[in-house]
Design a protein around this ligand. Structure first.
Ligand SMILES: Nc1ncnc2c1ncn2[C@@H]1O[C@H](COP(=O)(O)OP(=O)(O)OP(=O)(O)O)[C@@H](O)[C@H]1O
Length: 364
């Protein structure tokens, strides 16, 4: 295993890129620590595959370096990088047995049969496929084929990193949650550095200890699932993570207090910097409560989503969502909304501009 460092990485598919928009990857500086469980999360076209292909060596970046520990591998081809990859679709040999499929990456590198056997049995046990080891892979269900594909990615102990590229695409929805938690458990047992690429927030948040969120060729935030939920560094992260996403409301600033729809809204703490760009309040629906006083609003939709209810309101010409546990008002009701102050952020030109109040920082 190795620590992977991406240093001043940029990539353009054009031969003579002129402006920032010609780059599929703008500047990326990133460390993937040895043994970490990472997710690379972002919408289609944000640059995830480009980044993955640069790490695996399929693509040489226009600028910058890739280091495995302190070794510069930027110019090395894929077969010299010692990486395992699991793709969207199963990569297995149909005519071979499940056992031989799992053994293949080890035999291919000349490991002795005793080692091969011990490792195959260990991985099969972790994946709960021991009972099918003698079967031909051709007869397996798509889910089991993908499980074996994952097993082939995990079977070698000497790889620098295991990369999963949307590995649950072919998995039946009702089995997805099972494999998601299985992968998390596997990471804890195998302790390899793993990078899991997905556009699905549930997959990313279930699997990863650290989630790297990308947008338009840039990393906008790296954080734990809780950090991304509680303190999005950018309105994009607020929108993209959470269901429904963060409420983002245009506002004015008046001596450190935000004003939205003529109402003062108390922020979590002081605003950093000049705040002379586009100013917006960010508050998650989970921290908006229905109250006797506060921002006047009209309920426009009520959706029961299982454990809680999403109350969609209109205030100041904007949609504001609130998540309530019980006693949701009816559509058309006039209500007041109260924002939990320590969770009310200010964003300037999309970026987080408030920090917690001093007493909150002391408590943290
Ligand atoms: N071979 C290529 N030639 C030219 N442009 C490309 C090529 N591959 C990707 N791009 C462009 O680079 C940008 C990033 O694409 P990339 O495939 O890395 O994104 P992604 O996040 O992996 O998307 P998806 O989830 O759809 O695979 C996009 O604008 C895409 O159109």
């Amino acid at each position: 295993m190795a620590k992977i460092t991406l240093s001043k990485l940029r990539h353009s598919y054009l031969s003579t890129p002129k402006s920032d928009s010609d780059y599929a990857l703008k500047e990326i500086d990133l460390d993937w620590n040895d043994g970490g469980a990472y997710a690379l999360l972002g919408p289609s076209g944000c640059g995830k595959s480009t980044l993955l292909n640069i790490i695996s060596g399929l693509l040489v970046p226009s600028e910058g370096q890739i280091l495995f520990d302190d070794r510069d591998v930027t110019a090395l081809p894929p077969d010299q990088r010692n990486i395992a990859q699991v793709f969207q679709f199963p990569v297995i040999y149909d005519t071979m047995s499940v056992y031989d499929n799992l053994a293949f990456p080890l035999r291919n590198r000349g490991r002795d049969e005793a080692t091969v056997h011990a490792r195959v049995m260990a991985i099969a046990e972790m994946l709960e496929v021991t009972g099918m080891l003698e079967q031909k892979a051709a007869g397996l269900s798509p889910d089991n084929k993908q499980k074996i594909s994952m097993g082939r990615g995990l079977v070698r102990e000497d790889v620098n990193v295991v990369m999963f590229d949307e590995p649950l695409t072919v998995i039946d929805p009702h089995l997805k949650w099972k494999l998601r938690s299985k992968l998390k458990e596997l990471h804890q047992r195998v302790k390899a550095t793993m990078i899991y690429v997905t556009h699905d927030q549930t997959e990313a948040l279930t699997f990863a200890d650290q989630v790297v969120v990308m947008q338009l060729g840039e990393v906008v935030q790296i954080g734990t699932p809780v950090e991304l939920f509680e303190r999005p560094a950018h309105t994009f992260v607020g929108h993209f993570i959470g269901s429904p996403g963060m409420n983002i409301l245009p506002c004015e600033l008046n001596q450190g207090t935000a004003v939205f729809a003529g109402q003062p809204i108390a922020l979590e703490g002081p605003v950093q910097g000049a705040a002379d760009g586009k100013t917006e309040i960010g508050i998650r629906p989970e921290f908006v409560a229905l109250a006797d006083h506060g921002l006047p609003a009209m309920v426009t939709k009520v959706s029961d989503v299982g454990r809680h209810t999403v109350v969609e309101c209109e205030a100041g010409g904007q949609r504001v969502n609130a998540v309530v546990e019980a006693n949701a008002p009816a559509k058309g009701s006039a209500v007041h909304l109260a924002f939990r102050q320590d969770m009310t952020r200010l964003y300037v030109d999309g970026w987080l501009a408030t920090s917690p109040a001093a007493d909150e920082q002391g408590a943290a």
